[in-house]
Design a protein around this ligand. Sequence first.
Ligand SMILES: [Zn+2]
Length: 412
Amino acid sequence: MIAVQLRYSFRVYPSAGQRSALARAFGCARVVFNDALRLREEARAAGLPFVTSAELSKRLTAAKKAPERVWLGEVSAVVLQQSLRDLDTAYKNYFDALKGKRPRMGAPRLKSKRDNRQSIRFTPNAAWRITPGGKLRLPKIGDLKVKWSRSLPSTPTTVTVVKDAAGRYFASFVVETNACEVLPQTTPELGIDLGLGHFAVLSDGTKVDSPRFLRRAEKRLKKAQRDLSRKQKGSNNRGKARVKVARAHARVADARREFHHRLSTRLIRENQAIAVEDLCVKGLARTRLAKSVHDAGWSAFVSMLEYKAARYGRTLIKIGRFEPTSQVCSVCGVKDGPKPLNVREWTCGACGALLDRDVNAAVNVAKAAGLAVPACGARVRRAPVPAPRSEAGIHPKRPTRLLWEQAGIPGI
Ligand SMILES: [Zn+2]
């Protein structure tokens, strides 16, 4: 049985005193992260070996005794240790990217008080807990009021407290569950490609666009940004406009996550196996610039497909880019060369199939993964279909009432 880690997030409402304790903890975690980052970068500049995690821990213990860092003792030691862990993860990701194992990314950089997202993490060592009264008890911070919008399937191991750009606080729990919720077998298999001008194109010919509630949130964000740019620097109104932009940003992020959850749930439920392109490989050979715009969203979506597949007994196959998918006919397999981007459909010179560029790519992805998709899939041309009503149908007046980072599969 596979153990699957799920994340459940809930809004928390700290009191004024708790907010300042949290601010102190965010600040200390940031200082520890930055001190360690500087240490490693100085060592690198001086041509010295990479400073190990053990060495960083030792330095942290010593730093707490130094007069100029003595205030580090005011926050949970676990929070500070976890901050060092975060730095290790940032370095690991960066090194993996250099080796081509992940999409390209920058070196770890210093954290700032002005960063949009502040967070601290408590592991079991920190002896945090949920009180009988349903509050979240954090060491050196207190009992926080939580809005439990759904129940946890088992006892969480780790909690991360996040403050987002809009000034909201969330507790994000990691819960281990067994992958025992395997769905009954089904037959369809599916290939998915990132469409140009669509969020995703499926090998059955469906083109999925972002739902209306997401587009509306994006539109609102653009308007808020325009309003902000018109305000005078340093003015009171500019401050207000900036908060509005941050709120609009948070809403777009929420709406996008909600959309990814709904779509990934639907696809996992309806298909036994799903193939997608592995962006890590694809990122290296990227030529289609237009696609890079939604890469970030795409990888969040793919990781949802991944854990839901593990949890519900489906198969997700990530394929490396074998050859440019637009060059190969998905019906007869003949490779007839590259086509300029403005060519949206063409007729295969070898077999006469009418091919839609995006659908052809999705079928090729499925075939490269060894899936059995109907060969005629690429030939079927359908009008673009937005996410079905059940996916997009949130009450228009309440686009922001979304469950934050909902991790489970609702309605299964
Ligand atoms: Zn052909």
